[in-house]
Write a protein of this length. Structure first.
Length: 404
């Protein structure tokens, strides 16, 4: 079947139903990936670990997301994308069951590795899939819905996980992902059309996009942003318990404040990045660096911490929309390859951030972790600023050459 014909002849209602199914899938994956953040302490207590070791649940999912995002196009060459997406959703379901019933740390980490595979595969194909499902004029709207699912899950996953953990335990909280994943699988099965593989992808295809002069700076800045963000974000619960000194209910409220702020930020950022994309990419990590430093100074105050969490969520949750917008602008003709590399870069950064933050947290306390986050975020801002100057200099030199 011709892909373009399939896209144009698909009924609008069916197409949007498939888009909503994938948005729900995005929510499920994000919820499953970040559930450990709000349950770090009970997981550590139950499996006899330190908070830093429990935080490696984020690292292992990130590692497998990296490997999957880089090689899934080559590994599934010739396989219908509908089948690939269904398999990835099925893996999410199996992961939830393994984690919820894990008798040991090893089995728990296997479950986390599986969710990492699903995350890496799904997000590397997400932009290309939306382009194929939605009519050309509605692709931005479809991508916004996908990111909306991401933002919604980011809003509710951490506070809901913390809240449920009080009453049904961390295992019960993780198991809540299972029925949602099953519903998502059924919805996709009935709505996703056939999407034959379009490219003869090689394992090196994702790296070829680095030949574009703008891409290396953007990818490095994105890596630093997510590394800095998640070296702090992963260890918020122990910070709230040890420094702000609040109970589990208040922790849920703080995480909800951050999540709601993120939902607001995600809904508003589109208005800004249309006109000020690069300025936004510079200012967002700088603002979060300031928040990280402020938390080390005012973290003992509940009011100040709540205000800082609102600002952190407002900026941090909206930032991925900016980075995906940058990617679509920098690589408009390489959606799948560019998306694979972006997912790998982000997941690698998250892995290093969670692992490095855990080592610093165990060895030097929260101040070492949070100040490390601030430095890395400031570096992200500096790199993208340097990239802007290089871009302008290259444009000016090209204009001068044309004038000659």
């Amino acid at each position: 079947m011709d892909v373009t014909t399939n896209q144009k002849t698909m009924q609008p209602v069916a197409a949007w139903s498939a888009v909503f199914a994938l948005s729900l899938c995005a929510s499920t994956l994000v919820a499953a990936e970040w559930m450990p953040v709000s349950l770090l302490t009970p997981i550590a207590d139950s499996l006899h670990l330190t908070e830093g070791q429990a935080g490696q649940a984020i690292s292992v999912s990130g590692l497998f997301a990296i490997l999957t995002s880089l090689f899934i196009s080559a590994a599934t060459r010739g396989v219908d994308r509908r089948s690939v997406l269904l398999w990835l959703t099925g893996i999410t379901l199996v992961s939830g069951i393994l984690v919820a019933f894990a008798p040991s740390y090893a089995v728990f980490m296997v479950g986390r590795a599986l969710v990492g595979m699903a995350v890496g595969g799904f997000w590397s194909m997400s932009a290309a899939t939306m382009i194929r499902l939605a009519p050309d004029k509605d692709v931005p709207r479809a991508l916004a819905l996908l990111n909306g699912g991401n933002a919604l899950a980011t809003t509710i996953a951490a506070p809901l996980g913390s809240f449920l953990g009080q009453y049904i335990g961390w295992r019960g909280a993780f198991f809540c992902v299972v029925p949602i994943a099953a519903l998502t699988l059924l919805w996709q099965f009935f709505t996703l059309p056939r999407m034959p593989s379009q490219q003869r992808a090689s394992a090196a295809a994702a790296f070829k996009v680095l030949r574009s002069p703008e891409v290396p700076y953007g990818m490095l800045a994105a890596a630093l942003f997510f590394l800095g963000q998640f070296s702090l974000f992963t260890y918020l619960r122990p910070f709230f318990e040890m420094v702000t000194r609040v109970d589990a209910t208040t922790i849920s409220v703080l995480l909800l404040v951050m999540g709601v702020a993120g939902l607001v930020g995600t809904s508003l950022i589109g208005l800004v990045i249309r006109q000020r994309l690069y300025s936004s990419l510079v200012l967002m990590p700088f603002a979060m660096a300031v928040v990280a430093v402020a938390l080390t100074a005012y973290g003992s105050s509940l009011g100040a911490t709540a205000a800082l969490m609102f600002l952190w969520g407002f900026v941090g949750t909206a930032a991925p929309v900016g980075w995906w917008t940058w990617l679509s602008s920098a690589l408009p003709d390489d959606a799948e390859a560019g998306g694979g590399l972006m997912v790998a870069v982000v997941q690698f950064a998250i892995t290093i951030g969670a692992a490095g933050g855990g080592v610093l947290f165990d060895g030097g306390g929260y101040r070492a972790t949070f100040l490390f986050s601030a430095v890395i975020l400031a570096l992200s801002s500096s790199v993208i600023l340097f990239g802007i100057f290089r871009r302008r200099a290259r444009t000016n030199s090209q204009c001068a050459a044309c004038a000659l």
